[in-house]
Design a protein around this ligand. Structure first.
Ligand code: SF4
Length: 472
């Protein structure tokens, strides 16, 4: 016979219990053991077998379902429900429970805060197992699409444009109606004109959006998910969230996850490092990030705590004989000394940028300088802008340029991009399912937990994560 064929009518002897379907070293047992050891009281989920009211599905089983589902790229509540009927490992994990998709979705929505706590407990477990050191951390961010379309994003310009167009449309309909009314005596055609009603409904809707947009202070408001922002990614502009991860150097395990509304990473370094340190229960020694995290106040805040910052400066202008780096800053006198030895003293502070402006005492000094044309084309002479906390920049720059800093920075990419690659490629996460910042943060924490569990299995093996079998 050419092929081995299946036989649906063949009598089968299936194992008697679900336990017999799952091998002793099956990865699902790790997820089961992980959730069993979670402190649910700390997560804010009450486990009370004697509670009053209609019986609920076991919260432990529901958490297992979510963690295991996310770990295998099954996130939608309908797919999770289906898996409970068709996938033996899911059946085993929840003991054959069959919550429907509405129950699963409601549990996930009602326990968004708890999901963030699960990652913290996972990190503490990794520390106990000696898999997270917490000395050197890497921070990076990526854009992940929100569960919202761009068509529902409204800027002030778009509101004004649509309102103008709608007003013109209403005007045109009214004029047509007036013409009809003038030519036909009898009933007015104005009141119940369906096109007119639609246009007025649209106008009222856009006016309400414009009002909300104004109150929010945001440049763009998405009516499907008001927390998301327009973000530029490699695949174009989308309604998205900026997902931040802090990864430990030792084994690339995630220490902290977050989702923020900021369209860039600039202000996130101190914020993410502080949250990671709180989870670890101690301050890290070094934190490393790419040029997107170039932000003097964040650097200063961390350096003041004794944390060494290794970040590539975002200075894109090439160095030259009269670029700013060739002007020596004299901290004692609060002035700059130019390459030919002239002093540029403090003149004023830009109210908007808070940059301190330094100039020569008299424009004639620059006008008569032989280097004038190479240094400045301004008639009033050369100015230097000093950004707030600029004194921190040479410290961070020197550390980044040191041999040790270069080795660390080279390691950054593979360390911190590994989790993003796993989440986006292996788990297939192209967009969040939950809407709103709290929901997105919960999903990000769940995905980070799943990455950590998968990584722990790689590092110590399934057997190393399972509890010792009871000898009683
Ligand atoms: S142009 Fe002015 S600031 Fe520039 S080198 Fe000459 S004196 Fe110094």
């Amino acid at each position: 016979m050419a092929y081995v064929r299946g036989e649906r009518q063949q009598t089968q002897l299936f194992p008697a219990s679900l336990e017999d379907y799952v091998g002793g070293k099956d990865p699902v047992r790790v997820y089961d053991a992980f959730v069993n050891q979670l402190d649910f009281r700390e997560l804010g989920i009450v486990l009370d077998d004697n509670q009053m009211g209609p019986p609920e599905f076991d919260p432990q089983a529901m958490v297992k379902l979510l963690v295991y589902g996310y770990a295998y790229g099954i996130r939608s509540s309908r797919k999770l429900e289906r898996a409970l009927y068709h996938n033996v490992s899911f059946m085993w994990l929840v003991g054959g429970l069959k919550p429907d998709h509405k129950t699963i979705a409601r549990f996930r929505r009602d326990h968004r805060e708890a999901m963030k706590g699960i990652l913290k407990q996972c990190v503490r477990l990794c520390v106990q197992l000696g898999l997270i050191e917490g000395n050197t951390l890497f921070v990076d961010g990526t854009k992940i699409r929100a569960n919202a379309g761009m068509r529902e994003s409204w800027s002030k310009e778009r509101c004004d444009r649509v309102l103008k167009r709608t007003d013109e449309h209403i005007e045109r309909i009214l004029k047509e109606c007036e013409n009809v009314d003038a030519s036909e005596s009898g009933d007015s055609s104005l009141v119940n004109h369906p096109e007119l009603q639609d246009a007025e409904a649209l106008k009222a809707k856009v006016q309400a959006i414009a009002e909300t947009l104004k109150k929010s202070g945001k440049p763009v408001l998405n009516t499907t998910d008001p927390d998301c922002r327009h973000m530029q990614g490699r695949q174009g502009t989308h309604a998205a969230y900026n997902v931040q991860l802090v990864v430990d150097d030792m084994n690339s395990l995630i220490v902290q996850s977050d989702a923020v509304e900021d369209v860039n990473d600039r202000h996130q370094l101190a914020n993410q490092a502080t949250q990671a340190n709180q989870t670890l229960g101690k301050p890290c020694e070094t934190i490393c990030a790419d040029a997107g995290y170039d932000h003097n106040p964040s650097w200063k805040e961390l350096e003041d705590q004794g944390i060494s910052v290794v970040v590539k400066a975002n200075d894109q202008k090439p160095s030259g004989p009269f670029t700013k780096d060739q002007f020596r800053y004299d901290a004692g006198r609060d002035c700059y000394v130019c390459p030919v030895g002239q002093t540029l003293a403090y003149r004023s502070t830009d109210k908007k940028t808070q940059h301190r402006i330094y100039t020569v005492a008299n424009a004639t000094i620059c006008r008569t300088c032989p280097q004038k044309m190479a240094c400045s084309k301004s008639w009033t002479g050369r100015t230097i802008a000093r950004i707030p906390l600029e004194e921190i920049r040479p410290v961070v720059q020197a550390r980044y340029e040191s041999p040790a800093g270069q080795v660390l920075y080279a390691r950054r990419q593979c360390k911190v991009e590994h989790p993003f690659g796993h989440i986006k490629r292996n788990l297939g996460v192209q967009a969040f399912l939950l809407r709103g910042l709290a929901g997105v943060r919960a999903e990000a924490a769940l995905l980070a937990t799943c990455f950590n569990i998968a990584r722990m299995m790689t590092l110590v093996g399934v057997g190393g994560l399972l509890p010792e079998p009871s000898t009683a």
